[in-house]
Structure formats: C-alpha cells, structure tokens
Design a protein around this ligand. Structure first.
Ligand code: AR6
Length: 253
C-alpha cells in the first residue's frame, strides 16, 4: 500500500482516538477519516502527504475545463459531472450553517465531495473564519477559500435555504441571494468562470424545478452587467440536467 496513505490514515486515526481496524479501501478510509476530523493543529507533514495523495486521486478523474464547454446561452453552460472534476476559476459549495464541510463519513453531498478532494486545508481555513465571525453562517452569503488540491482556484462557500414544509418567500429570497452573492464575489475578484451546483436541491429539499428557475433568472439578469465570461450549472443526475436544459431554453425564449 502507498506509504503516504498508510501514514495519513494512521495519523488521522490517532488524532480521532480510533484504534479499531477500518474495513474500507485505503482511499475511502482516508476520505472517511478526513470527513470526521476537526483540523485544529494538523502537522505540515500531514498536509504535504495528504496533498500528494489528493493530487494523484484528482489526476485519475477526467478533467473538464469549463472554457471548453459549449455555451447553451450567452456565457452560460450546463454539464453533468462530479464538480471536483471541473477546472474553473471558482466552484460553489452548498454548505450548512456551520460552514465547516460535511462531517458524515463518505456522505454523498456536494459539500462532502468538495472538502474531501480539496483537502483539510479548506476546513482549517473556514474554521478560522468562523471562529473570528463568532456565529453561524446565515443563508445567502458567500465565503471564499482557495481550491487547494482541486483544479478550481477558489471555492465559494454558501448556505442555501432548507425547506421545512414548502417553499416560502424567505426561502426564495435566500436562494436568490446565494446565487447573487457568488456572482458578485466572482466579479469583485475579477474571475472569468464560476460553477454552481444545484444549491439546496439535495438534502435541503428545495424542489429542483423551482430552484433552477431562480438560479437561471438571477444569473441571466446578472450577466447583463458583468465581466464573468462563463457561468456553469453543474448537475449530478441526468434528470436534473434535463430540468435545467429545458428551463434555460424556456427562459430565453
Ligand atoms: N458534484 C456535483 N453535484 C453534486 C455532487 C458532486 N460531487 N454531489 C452531490 N451533488 P446537497 P443541499 C448534487 O445535498 O441540498 C450537505 O450535507 C446533488 O445531487 O449536496 O444544498 C451540507 O453540509 C444535488 O443536486 O446540498 C448541508 O448540510 C446538489 O448537489 C446540506 O447538505 C445539492 O445537494 C446542504 O444541502
């Protein structure tokens, strides 16, 4: 087994006071351990070895450079892909109010994927920001970290609304605000490309048909006065892709 993997697994087991054997492949064991780790004072050696492993894992994925995607409408593309495979100036992460990434080992959310492939540096940086802030993150804002081991230069962390019964006006405002905050931040940072996942439509239960209309309308209007060259909507299932495809065609009629 790869020496860095063995070292990192043992290191994180130690940090988390775990003694029992983990019955997963080494790559998954490392990911699960990263997911549960609070990076209070991890050693430089850990980060160096982790970065080597993650760079290798990412290089095995087929990279999609968003500049090469076809534009479905001016400055807008859609793609069905794992967001960690995308090369862009920034990708957006749909987080929760703690803004420290997903702590559930190997969970299937976009937050877990992004943090797991970018590296624990992201949680470390967010932890500092959240400690300084002193309270949970409200919906609809954005905080920026580097992309670390990802192909994206930056990660924009936003919290979308969680739907309890059915969508209300505040939920709509909050979702609109998540998209708008990210678009404004991208312009402020002079970024050329920005990738959105379908914020709030997974665990947070926002119906995709409603959420995608907000995503598209906010983006379309914003792009009328923006220097961003490409906004990409990244969908994770064919069904979601089709919903976005139809809604984009419809909204530009
Ligand atoms: N690449 C692109 N999209 C993905 C990926 C991926 N690797 N994985 C999932 N999606 P969700 P939310 C899609 O649940 O609804 C987290 O636990 C997924 O299919 O990730 O905003 C946070 O910590 C769906 O279409 O985010 C929060 O607690 C979309 O991403 C909570 O979930 C969003 O689904 C936030 O819930």
């Amino acid at each position: 087994m790869d020496e860095d993997l063995v070292w990192c697994i043992n290191y994180l087991k130690n940090i988390n006071h775990l003694t029992e054997e983990i019955h997963l492949t080494p790559e998954l064991a490392l990911r699960a351990l990263m997911n549960i780790t609070m990076p209070l004072s991890l050693s430089d050696e850990f980060y160096e070895r982790q970065d080597k492993i993650l760079k290798r894992l990412i290089s095995r994925k087929e990279t999609i450079d968003v500049e090469n995607l076809e534009e479905i409408r001016p400055h807008i593309s859609i793609v069905k892909s794992d967001i960690v495979s995308l090369k862009a100036d920034a990708i957006v992460d749909a987080g929760n109010e703690k803004l420290l990434g997903c702590f559930l080992p190997l969970h299937g959310c976009v937050d877990n994927a992004i943090h797991s492939f970018a590296g624990l540096e992201v949680r470390r940086d967010l932890l500092k920001m959240m400690e300084r802030q002193g309270h949970d993150e409200a919906c609809g804002l954005v905080k920026v970290t580097k992309g670390y081991n990802l192909q994206a230069k930056y990660i924009f962390h936003t919290v979308g609304p969680q739907i309890i019964h059915r969508v209300n006006e505040k939920n709509e405002r909050d979702l609109k605000s998540s998209y708008l905050s990210c678009l404004k931040k991208a312009d402020e940072m002079h970024l050329k490309s920005l990738v959105f996942p379908s914020i709030s439509t997974g665990i947070y239960g926002y119906p995709i048909e409603k959420a995608c209309k907000i995503a598209i309308n906010v983006t379309k209007n914003y792009l009328l006065n923006s220097k961003i060259k490409r906004v990409v909507f990244d969908l994770f299932s064919q069904g979601d892709y089709n919903v976005y495809f139809d809604a984009i065609k419809e909204s530009y009629r």
